[in-house]
Design a protein around this ligand. Structure first.
Ligand code: AMP
Length: 305
């Protein structure tokens, strides 16, 4: 266990995490203390800071984890080149007031090698990111299950975990896992943080050239257009948005769909030519240069807390 006087304490084993969480919860001056967990893969930016700050605002004890989970990468090269910036990450988490950072090795997380028993993500993972990245969501849910268990308070406490709305399908799947499998944790969704130009922050944005980044701005522009039409109760007319996306030659669209926010079932037909009412989610994914970008926006309605 280590930690500078001002920075967060770093622990690398589940046993040390449990002990440190218990100590901090016992020390908290609250009849029923609360613990907030922020799982990440590192290479942190202001989006992750948004999660950590939300956790800080709502809890007595805040734990972040940094683990690049090999199980959720189909492509070995993608795993190899995933950015690792631990020192800067710890500094950012310290600034957000995080108490503890869990930084396990792959051997600590998977002592028996790749796990034989995994969480099966089911039909919600058949499309969108699940279709583009086979096995990704099984790997993601398996590591999230393990992290939720690792940080589960061993003393009586409230327990919440924080995830970004940016990864909308991931969030829906985590909520389903927690509800279907009775995990004793509250899942809190945190709004997407964007750069000034509108691009959703992502650890992979650093791989975009200036021209690619400029071209990528068509994604938030497309979503904004849908959001504005929905707010005015106009027909969403997704075909016009598809035309706009097709005009950017550096952008290869994978999907743009208007779906039910909870089931991810397409609503596009109803939304196409009739005035928009109700609530939906527009999800988009595209390849821009070496990077696959995803983004989404809520149409007519708020995210569940
Ligand atoms: P990652 O480290 O990319 O696996 O992401 C860790 C968490 O940060 C996930 O819950 C993501 O949804 C969330 N996250 C990533 N980018 C953003 C963003 N731009 N705004 C809000 N949350 C984000």
């Amino acid at each position: 266990m280590s930690g500078a006087s001002s920075g967060p304490v770093v622990v690398t084993t589940a046993a040390d995490l449990r002990e440190a969480c218990s100590r901090l919860l016992r020390e908290a001056d609250a009849p029923l203390p609360s613990l907030g967990l922020v799982p990440t893969m590192g290479a942190l930016h202001a989006g992750h800071a948004g999660l950590a700050s939300a956790a800080r605002a709502g809890n007595d004890v805040v734990v972040a984890s940094i683990f690049v989970n090999p199980l959720q990468f189909g492509d070995h090269m993608d795993l190899e080149r995933y950015p690792r910036t631990l020192d800067a990450d710890l500094e950012l988490l310290g600034r957000c007031g995080v108490d503890l950072v869990f930084v396990p090795s792959a051997a600590e997380m998977y002592p028996g090698g790749a796990p034989q028993v995994r969480i099966q993500s089911g039909p919600l993972a058949d499309k969108f990111e699940g279709a583009a990245r086979p096995g990704h969501f099984d790997g993601m849910l398996t590591v999230v299950a393990k992290l939720l268990h690792a940080a589960l308070p061993a003393v009586e406490a409230r327990y919440a975990a924080y995830f970004g709305q940016k990864d909308a399908q991931q969030l829906v799947l985590i909520r389903r896992m927690v509800s279907d499998l009775n995990f004793p944790v509250t899942i809190v969704a945190v709004p997407t943080v964007r750069a000034n130009d509108g691009l959703a922050l992502s650890s992979r944005n650093r791989f975009l050239s200036a021209a690619e980044r400029n071209a990528a701005l068509v994604l938030p522009r497309a979503l904004k257009l849908l959001e504005e039409r929905a707010a005015r109760h106009e027909a969403l007319d997704p075909d016009s948005v598809l035309d706009m996306l097709a005009s950017e030659r550096l952008v290869t669209l994978d999907y743009l769909e208007i779906v039910d926010p909870a089931t991810l079932e397409p609503l596009a037909f109803n939304c196409r030519h009739v005035p928009f009412t109700g609530s939906a989610l527009a999800v988009i994914a595209a390849r821009v240069g070496p990077v696959r970008l995803i983004d989404n926006v809520r149409l007519g309605g708020e995210w569940a807390p």
